[in-house]
Design a protein. Structure first.
Length: 319
């Protein structure tokens, strides 16, 4: 049985029953906790071997070896051809598609989005990555600046983080009050439902990685002068607040996954598997014309899993 997060009063919210299974879920979570990695210093020339050795399997990642890049490239091309078919269908039929990418710092949201959009016309496939709100925006309805970015007919919009900041980084870092977060968790399903009922196809993906994998990726960014720009002040707080984020994300996933707009979790310790399966999930979710099921291939249900199943197995790792 999965976790239950109370307080949501919006219809169609996917219920996460708790009862006796809470204890079993906690035991399962404890069993897959990574050993605490000590001595993490982002400025150190190298990371301790204990962190490096634990990274790939951290967070209970189900695979033992990384996907080979040659296989990845071979599987990516037909998926990107299918994305072009999808884009043509969206334009012809006047469809509106929104894909939300949320998750851990360093989980690969930007890289995954770039594989979606790599060969799509940027006039019709738009990426939205908003900076912190201005003083004017802070005085508006919380969802207002996100509503302004919704697609017009014939357009796809990819949100690299979204209105769900209020359920993750904002409460963890103290940028909003507990009351504001609680209000958001009640209202977000209604906002998502409003979009869906207006005809927008809304897909929500949550990318997760283990603690040690996050350490290795943030460390790599710091030491790569071409990638250091990706690090924000919030990234430096990701490791000290890892468990706080786990609890916030579990609440978000449990309380805002609905029939209109369900969350799906993408386990992303292996970036290549994550990218391929995120694309497959989207292609399978949308009924575009001339879909080639063989080219899309089978979705890896060890990598992309439903929220109910994810929370039933313990949810976000803590340790």
């Amino acid at each position: 049985m999965a976790k239950k997060f109370s307080g949501s009063e919006v219809g169609n919210v996917v219920e996460m029953p708790a009862a006796k299974a809470t204890e079993a879920a906690q035991k399962d979570k404890a069993a897959r906790k990574p050993a605490k990695a000590k001595g993490f210093d982002i400025e150190a020339a190298t990371l301790p071997e204990s962190i490096i050795d634990a990274a790939y399997h951290s967070g209970g990642y189900p695979y033992g070896k990384r996907m080979k890049r040659k296989r990845y490239s071979r599987e990516l091309q037909p998926l990107q051809i299918e994305l072009q078919k999808l884009m043509r269908w969206v334009q012809k039929e006047g469809e509106r598609i929104v894909i939300v990418f949320e998750g851990r710092d360093g989980a690969g949201k930007g890289g995954t989005i770039s594989r979606f959009t790599q060969h799509l016309n940027p006039r019709h496939a738009r990426i939205v990555a908003l900076s912190k709100p201005s003083d004017t925006e802070m005085g508006q309805w919380y969802f207002q600046r996100y509503a302004a970015e919704m697609p017009t007919a014939g357009e796809m919009v990819f949100f690299d983080r979204s209105w769900y900041n209020r359920a993750g980084v904002e409460p963890v870092m103290g940028f909003c009050t507990p009351a504001q977060t609680e209000h958001f968790l009640r209202e977000a399903p209604a906002f998502d439902g409003m979009l869906a009922r207006d005809g927008i196809r809304l897909i929500k993906l949550f990318l997760t990685i283990g603690r040690e994998m996050q350490m290795t990726r943030l460390h790599a960014r710091w030491h790569d002068p071409l990638k250091r720009w990706k690090l924000s002040p919030m990234d430096f707080e990701a490791i000290p607040h890892f468990d706080d984020y786990s609890r916030a994300f579990d609440a978000m996933l449990g309380r805002t996954s609905t029939e209109d707009a369900p969350w799906f979790v993408v386990r992303s310790n292996d970036k290549l598997r994550a990218r391929l399966n995120a694309i497959r999930h989207v292609l399978r979710a949308i009924p575009y014309k001339d879909k080639d099921e063989t080219a899309i291939g089978a979705l890896d249900d060890k990598v992309v899993i439903s929220v109910a199943r994810y929370l039933d197995k313990g949810g976000e790792p803590e340790g």
